[in-house]
Design a protein around this ligand. Sequence first.
Ligand code: NAP
Length: 250
Amino acid sequence: MSSFDLTGKAAIVTGANTGIGRAIAMALAEAGADVALAGRSRANETAAQIAAAGRRTVLIEADLSTTAPVQQVVDETVGAFGRLDILVNNAGIIRRAEATDFSEADWDAVLDTNLKSLFFLCQAAGRHMLGQGAGKIVNIASLLSFQGGIRVPSYAAAKSGVAGLTKALANEWAGRGVNVNAIAPGYIATNNTAALQADETRNRQILERIPAGRWGEPRDIAGAAVFLASPAADYVNGHVLAVDGGWLGR
Ligand code: NAP
């Protein structure tokens, strides 16, 4: 299975202190990569687990609600590891309210973090990767890249934007050695979905619609991330891979 081997590769994962980001960072390390952990909260526990797996790691403080830290995230990673091969854009937020009551602040916060900073991180990492003629970018999209959701208009808009942007960048960069793809996680038990899990009615409705019959765990996303970050995905470009227990098939 050497085509899934990431030995000697250097990765960035944003928002890796918890949830899906932590599971992806760990999986990349287990596959052999050194991993920079960029986020607004220090990912100390994830860093300890990566070090225990025998890989190098670096913690980068970056509040991605603005684009200000984007270049520094790339520069610090290259400074620490001497290279950059993989970017996983995972950091994201969600705000819930009826569309009629939705505030401009909640619109901007979600678009800025989930789409604008994601694009400029792709740009900064992409420039480096294009220079070396190789690289893998994995954006974390959502089922709401395909559907509208309920009471989450800015999230649906941002994640649909992530899907479109993933294809747009793939069109520009596929011929130059840089693969840009996305993962659309289904309903995964994390902080992001705590309110849904706690709402008895929504929780039951969601479970009834998932053919796999359970919420996903963060580790359910890890294998797809390793695949898209690895040489096994060299001919996969601009794809949004649903990992959703079958939700979209219903
Ligand atoms: P989570 O546990 O809330 O993790 C989100 C991560 O993003 C955290 O590390 C968080 O840091 C970080 N983050 C948020 N705002 C940030 C900012 N301004 N600057 C830097 N980092 C920031 O949720 P999750 O479910 O693992 O979400 C990870 C990704 O998966 C998100 O893009 C989310 O939209 C996507 N997703 C999740 C689901 C799901 O069902 N859970 C489904 C589809 C897509 P803090 O800990 O400091 O907040």
